[in-house]
Design a binder for this molecule. Structure first.
Ligand code: PLP
Length: 452
């Protein structure tokens, strides 16, 4: 049985002056001061335990306290913590790029290592424009991205992000154009679910034509859209985008910062959904959370632009910590674990178990979507289930209420508007997943049915 309501995150802060600290997420009574972690459980400063149903935020796929990754990072810190980036690189960075490219579907053949997801999106945007300019099409500067997509917090990636609150910073990248996802269209009255994919493709093609195809450099998408509560693409949608991009000479960019590295049951969502992009951004789980690391994987079509000459020189000013040896060591150790655990098979097996548990916890009170160990639930029942579906923050929706009820029971998930999302670690046991589902079920009973 799930335990009764037990946590009070606010008390973990007792005695700590936080006045100089700019919080990552606006501070609330639910904000926790974390002290330590092991496996899939975190402990706060007051000694309370939290089961992590979100892998941090899609990051700690191999759990906390992983000896193999921590040891590899520690050893690297002692041997070569940094190298002069203008004068060379490290063996580990080269090896990591080789292994990432091997993991990725062909024709992705080159890896640019950076420190975080936003940086990898920035690198993809710069590369897309550079590619067209080098090929004699300098007029291609526009970039299409989806309403409700999230791509990061730097100006370029923010300009790709389709959330209403990004406009608070004024104009971003010139030439940012939004398109609708199938999931958003599916909310329109009268549209049958199976029509959403083809309709979205038709609308995107109209947008391309209206924006002048010869002015468009790239189309950036998350294969599974996080801020729509993990909207899984309908069959044929991503291959359809691939065909559209080929037809109009546009580079296809997949933001796989959440979906990459085994999360959907194959190495990349590109494998899972049958479409390979020209540029693929990967981050988060790639280092398991043991060092800041991300990458953009580059196809054989685009890679030659960086082979020699002025363009590669122009692209070269990178980030000081890009391809740093410590992050590379974390990435290599995470990749070793990925192979040892046979992550795709393990994720697929655990996903079968967890999906059944979630369906029974949900008891028809919402719609469950999943791809591997990535889950989204749109809540359709309950007193306050009317989210705006816009991925914006519109006050407390039923998603937040359920996430807070989970937290009070010691379970970390994410909820906004009318949805919640979960992403358990790859190292979770079936017993961990049983517990997550039981706690979520109890939270749903409380919020949707008023049970205590
Ligand atoms: N793209 C997606 C899909 C993400 O979920 C995120 C982060 O949450 C980013 C990009 C930005 O990554 P980072 O926060 O590592 O800069």
């Amino acid at each position: 049985m799930p335990s009764a309501v037990q946590t009070d995150p606010a008390s973990s802060w007792t005695g700590l002056d936080t006045s100089a600290f700019c919080f990552e997420s606006p501070r609330s009574p639910d904000t926790i001061l974390f002290e330590s972690a092991q496996g899939v459980r975190l402990t706060d400063a007051a000694g309370r335990e939290y089961l992590d149903g979100l892998s941090g935020i899609f990051v700690t796929c191999f759990g906390y306290g992983s000896r193999p990754i921590a040891d590899a990072v520690t050893e690297q810190l002692h041997r070569l913590p940094f190298n002069p980036p203008l004068h060379g690189t490290s063996r580990g960075a080269v090896e990591l790029a080789t292994q990432l490219v091997r993991l990725a579907p062909a024709p992705l053949s080159l890896a640019k290592l950076v420190n975080g997801g936003s940086e990898s999106v920035e690198a993809a945007l710069r590369l897309a424009r550079l590619y067209h300019r080098e090929r004699g099409e300098p007029g291609r500067y526009k970039v299409l991205s989806c309403y409700h997509g999230y791509h990061g917090a730097t100006f370029g990636s923010l300009a790709m992000t389709g959330r209403p609150d990004t406009t608070r910073f004024g104009p971003g990248l010139t030439g940012a154009v939004r398109v609708w996802t199938p999931h958003s269209l599916a909310r329109l009255p009268g549209l049958r679910p199976e029509e959403a994919g083809p309709q979205a493709l038709a609308l995107i093609e109209r947008t391309i034509e209206a924006e002048d195809p010869s002015a468009i450099a790239a189309l950036v998408v998350e294969p599974v859209v996080h801020l729509l509560g993990m909207a899984v693409p309908p069959p044929g949608f991503l291959p359809g985008l691939r065909r559209l991009c080929d037809r109009y000479g546009i580079l296809l960019v997949f933001d796989e910062i959440v979906t990459g590295f085994g999360r959907t049951g194959q190495a990349f969502a590109a494998d899972t959904f049958g479409a390979v992009p020209d540029l693929l951004c990967v981050g988060k789980g790639i280092s398991g959370g043991y060092a800041p690391l991300a990458a953009v994987l580059i196809s054989e079509r685009v890679a030659p632009v960086l082979a020699t000459g002025a363009a590669s020189y122009a692209f070269a000013p990178s980030h000081t910590y890009a391809a740093n040896p410590v992050s590379a060591a974390a990435g290599l150790a995470a990749l070793r674990l990925y192979r040892e655990l046979d992550v795709p098979a393990r994720v697929t097996r655990l996903s079968g178990h967890f999906t059944a548990l979630l369906e029974s916890a949900l008891r028809g009170r919402g719609v469950l979507r999943s791809a591997g160990l990535l889950y989204g639930i749109t809540l359709t029942a309950g007193p306050s289930a009317a989210g705006d579906g816009a991925g914006g923050r519109t006050g407390e929706g039923v998603g937040q209420a359920v996430a807070r009820a989970c937290l009070r029971r010691g379970l970390i998930i994410r909820g906004e508007d009318d949805w919640v999302v979960l992403a358990p670690a790859y190292v979770s046991t079936e017993a961990d997943l049983d517990r997550i589902a039981a706690l979520l079920g109890a939270a749903l009973d409380e919020v949707l049915d008023g049970a205590r």
